[in-house]
Design a protein. Sequence first.
Length: 196
Amino acid sequence: MSAGLKSLLREIRACRLCAAHLPHEPRPVLRVSRTARICIAGQAPGTRVHASGIPYTDPSGDRLRGWLGIDKEAFYDESMIAIVPMGFCFPGLDENGGDLPPRKECAPAWRQRVFAHLPKLELTLLVGSYAQAWHLKDERKATLTKTVKAWRDYGPKIIPLPHPSWRNNVWLKKNTWFDSELVPHLRRRVSRILNA
């Protein structure tokens, strides 16, 4: 790891930009390496990830790994896969028990600086609407469904995905093309990159 990236990660882990708005002590969670070839750009850590400090240590992670066709060992190989959520800290829960949106302070403060240290990326997976809004900007379609359905328009370096949360079970049942078309392509693409 370069001195510049080490220094940046120290800054991020000491970040208190949104501390006054969090229901807990900030605990930034991300995984990056200059050699990473795939980036998972997600939403923000949930309660389990906040507790563990390891991204996707929950059922959403199990589903995401299933979509990618890889095991935990490959998924957590920091030299190959970077995990850079839109918000690095768990934002808290809303009145219905769902996660709040990523804090708006995080991405403008850190995102460009982090991605400047990821020169070997071949594929960025935009998991959920927040990552899609930031990375695709005006190229994003009117809805998450339309954006994900237009995945071929963003290749080969970007693939938009829905969030792998159980809360999206109904979406997955309604959009059977996701499992039949996008997931097989995603698995092939990930396999080619990781095995090159």
